[in-house]
Design a protein around this ligand. Sequence first.
Ligand SMILES: *[C@@H]1O[C@H](CO)[C@@H](O)[C@H](O)[C@H]1NC(C)=O
Ligand SMILES: *[C@@H]1O[C@H](CO)[C@@H](O)[C@H](O)[C@H]1NC(C)=O
Ligand SMILES: *[C@@H]1O[C@H](CO)[C@@H](O)[C@H](O)[C@H]1NC(C)=O
Ligand SMILES: *[C@@H]1O[C@H](CO)[C@@H](O)[C@H](O)[C@H]1NC(C)=O
Ligand SMILES: *[C@@H]1O[C@H](CO)[C@@H](O)[C@H](O)[C@H]1NC(C)=O
Ligand SMILES: *[C@@H]1O[C@H](CO)[C@@H](O)[C@H](O)[C@H]1NC(C)=O
Ligand SMILES: *[C@@H]1O[C@H](CO)[C@@H](O)[C@H](O)[C@H]1NC(C)=O
Ligand SMILES: *[C@@H]1O[C@H](CO)[C@@H](O)[C@H](O)[C@H]1NC(C)=O
Ligand SMILES: *[C@@H]1O[C@H](CO)[C@@H](O)[C@H](O)[C@H]1NC(C)=O
Ligand SMILES: [Ca+2]
Length: 511
Amino acid sequence: MRLSLVSQHLLVFLSVLSLTRAQTTLAQTTFPLITPSMAPTTITPATTTSSLTTTIPAATTLAGTATTTTTTAATTTTAKPLTALSYDPCYNYTVLDDLRRATSNQLQSSYYARYTSKLLCDTNVNWVGWYRLFIRGQSVQMPDTCVDQLSCGTHAPLWLNGTHPQIEDGVVTRNVCGHWWNNCCGFQSNPIRVKACPGNYYVYEFVRPNFCYGTYCADVRNVTINNHTVTPESTLAAPAIFYPFGSAAGDTNNTAIEDGSSSVIQLLSPFLFFGRTYRQIYVNNNGYLTFNQPSNEYVPYSFPTQGSQDIIAGLWTDLDNRVRGVVSYQQYTSGNVLTRATQDINKHFPSPNFYASWVFVATWNKVAYYALTSTETSFQVVLISGRNYSFILMNYGDIAVTGHPVEAGYDTANSMDYFVINGSINGSLISNLRNSSNVNVPGRWAFRVDGGSGSNKEDIVGLRAKLSSFSDLTDTGNVQVVLQQIKQELVKYGLPNSVELKLRKVQKIKP
Ligand SMILES: *[C@@H]1O[C@H](CO)[C@@H](O)[C@H](O)[C@H]1NC(C)=O
Ligand SMILES: *[C@@H]1O[C@H](CO)[C@@H](O)[C@H](O)[C@H]1NC(C)=O
Ligand SMILES: *[C@@H]1O[C@H](CO)[C@@H](O)[C@H](O)[C@H]1NC(C)=O
Ligand SMILES: *[C@@H]1O[C@H](CO)[C@@H](O)[C@H](O)[C@H]1NC(C)=O
Ligand SMILES: *[C@@H]1O[C@H](CO)[C@@H](O)[C@H](O)[C@H]1NC(C)=O
Ligand SMILES: *[C@@H]1O[C@H](CO)[C@@H](O)[C@H](O)[C@H]1NC(C)=O
Ligand SMILES: *[C@@H]1O[C@H](CO)[C@@H](O)[C@H](O)[C@H]1NC(C)=O
Ligand SMILES: *[C@@H]1O[C@H](CO)[C@@H](O)[C@H](O)[C@H]1NC(C)=O
Ligand SMILES: *[C@@H]1O[C@H](CO)[C@@H](O)[C@H](O)[C@H]1NC(C)=O
Ligand SMILES: [Ca+2]
């Protein structure tokens, strides 16, 4: 929620912290604003040059009764503070999906004798950083028991001599053995580092082995590998940040209709979105979610729209699932997806002990843009809730460039809260979504969206004030004086002394 003060010469963007909703209601009054005196050292306001009319948009309440607002000007961004993560290989790895590395790829002795040149040898690979093993798009791990000689497309398959770590072990170092001379550790290769990751996978920091021919193996001995994903294109894994989707996840498909939508989806658990509680949702083919009605709008509105709808836009643009791709969705109230969501949210947000009890995944998989039939764009919007918290994850895969207008982020009724993902409003730069993040996970943007108090953004009220002043408000010292004076005024009008004012931005609007 946000307060807006408007006057003449300077725009002052402020955050008022520590207000409760009741107190905010008290603040819904008009109060005169006092400008700083000419002498910044004088605390007592000297001149009152203007009496400002202040309109404070009412708080939305958890009960869902949004009250009116008269804000018309563009307001401060509601970007949630970001949780800086230190570099984590679980979210920064290279995908290694090479069927030849599978333990099932066993060479005949006649073959390896004749085709030595075709044997894999990992000393030829320029290893950089961390890797995650896949076989045909399926996440697998390195073997941590002995592997037969002549497996994994080489002479001496490399396996991990030591058990895989648990998540709480963090990064561990393990010895690597190559099976040769009928000795499981005939070659002792260079040790590598290994980490267990949320989502039940491992990453490995592969290094050049100290001999040839040996390869790091992908263990498929206990894994059923799909045979129908054969063409190189379709063997590409969905980005690892994606939640399960498609037929494998039991998704419901949207009908392939230009500018179409899902039918109404009843939510198995209510979703709290900035104070409003929703029990239904629509997945619109053009890349966004709406709650009250489906939408066929194919030209995105620019956020903030000051409109009447709540909108969650993974990538709102003119997509066309008739020619290419699938739009599908699924919701979960139990199982691994909840575990994964719980881990992700606790990772991305400092909220203690969050447990996901409901997850909704909408996926636009390899969908074309309208009239750009060869393009493929993939992204997800994941809604997550637990108790009275709610979150959104936007996961971006390959995003084709487009000349269509685009918009990614979210907006709310009257735009009291909104967020525009940086760089998402220019279709020629849109591919960057795959690499950008607010949580240090390339391709992922995460937001807390319940709007409840105690959220990661505190209880922030924005004030946008226009002031006339003789002193230079771009000077920090002068601003402190003004802040104190504004605070005194706010307190006079019923706010607690504990309110804290912070300056967001000063903008000079007249010389
Ligand atoms: C991701 O890993 C690569 C390779 O190790 C490294 O160069 C890069 O700095 C890492 N990225 C981040 C964001 O840490
Ligand atoms: C694993 O490595 C240890 C030394 O760290 C070695 O003693 C052991 O023999 C190796 N395991 C096998 C199966 O070779
Ligand atoms: C395969 O699974 C079985 C049963 O879960 C287990 O005993 C065995 O060690 C596994 N084998 C490998 C190579 O992981
Ligand atoms: C895949 O094909 C191989 C032989 O081509 C067969 O042995 C295996 O059972 C098949 N796997 C599945 C899951 O169909
Ligand atoms: C959804 O579409 C995909 C791709 O066309 C198809 O394979 C799948 O069977 C469909 N799922 C349902 C439930 O119709
Ligand atoms: C936003 O994106 C532009 C380029 O698209 C970049 O120059 C700028 O630094 C970004 N800003 C932030 C805050 O990430
Ligand atoms: C989008 O970015 C491109 C490349 O930087 C630029 O040429 C173009 O003018 C931008 N378009 C809009 C609408 O901002
Ligand atoms: C994203 O990062 C990858 C590897 O870091 C790079 O190859 C690719 O060009 C980047 N894509 C964009 C759109 O910046
Ligand atoms: C969630 O609800 C509980 C009471 O049910 C309340 O104590 C808590 O403050 C609420 N949390 C949020 C974030 O609104
Ligand atoms: Ca369309």
